[in-house]
Write a protein that binds this ligand. Sequence first.
Ligand code: API
Length: 283
Amino acid sequence: MRIDFWKMHGIGNDFIMLDDRDKTIAGYIDYSDLAVRLCHRRFGIGADGIILARHSDTHDIRFIIINSDGSEPEMCGNGMRCFAKYLYENNILVKDEIKVQTLAGTVVPRIEKKQSGQVVSVCVDMGVPRLVPQQIPFVHDRDMALGVPIETAQGTMLVSCVSMGNPHAVIFVNDLSLVDIETIGPMVENHPRFPEKTNVEFIEVVSDRQLKMRVWERGAGITLACGTGACAAVTAAHLTGRAGRQVRVNLDGGDLDISWNESSGHIFKTGPAQTVFKGTFDI
Ligand SMILES: N[C@H](CCC[C@H](N)C(=O)O)C(=O)O
């Protein structure tokens, strides 16, 4: 069976977008097997993950993301911006603001478009960051985990743990260029105190309005950007007195503007989403 897809990216974090509202694809192949096959950079289309639109009984649409290793995370910030653009420009949901059902709860992307109708950027209400260790999940006996030492083969790491529906271990460093992400990333991702593994963000503070970030993603390895990770990094930076509530995050693939609203507690993430090409494959 022939399946249409769009190849898209959010500042270099790239995804294969699929419309499976009617569960046709699900009837043919397990999503995890499909993700491993399609995301392969040589034998497949190549991507950090696949994203599927599915019908929702309670929201405008349901969002499913599968990492390139086949694991299913709760949410994806860069992918959500691509998803909003894909739905609008593909005439699936021609609305400027939509309510999306995810495993992380309700997420609300709002598109910003040109006169032509082309979506150029998306502002996503990412909800409220979770800080209680049991909600990360992170094994810890306090009610918050900021600057907590964990032991690894590369020495002691101080992690600040935040969930955006998916887990994040934020590590502040003095010089990002000196961090051996390929070695330290998987050690923290798979550390036993993270029962569901974790994404790992390395942060260099430029000012109270600017962070530099590199990321080792759970289930994907080094990516050029991580939207939920940028939100987690700003949360941790603010709570540890390193940054304000309006922060620009510089990532390998580009910049994201993060705003943590004091009254609602919601985090808003604004950034671009781009379509690279469209195609078909057979299942
Ligand atoms: N690898 C992540 C999911 C994708 C998150 C990231 N690409 C983003 O933009 O938020 C996880 O397993 O939690």
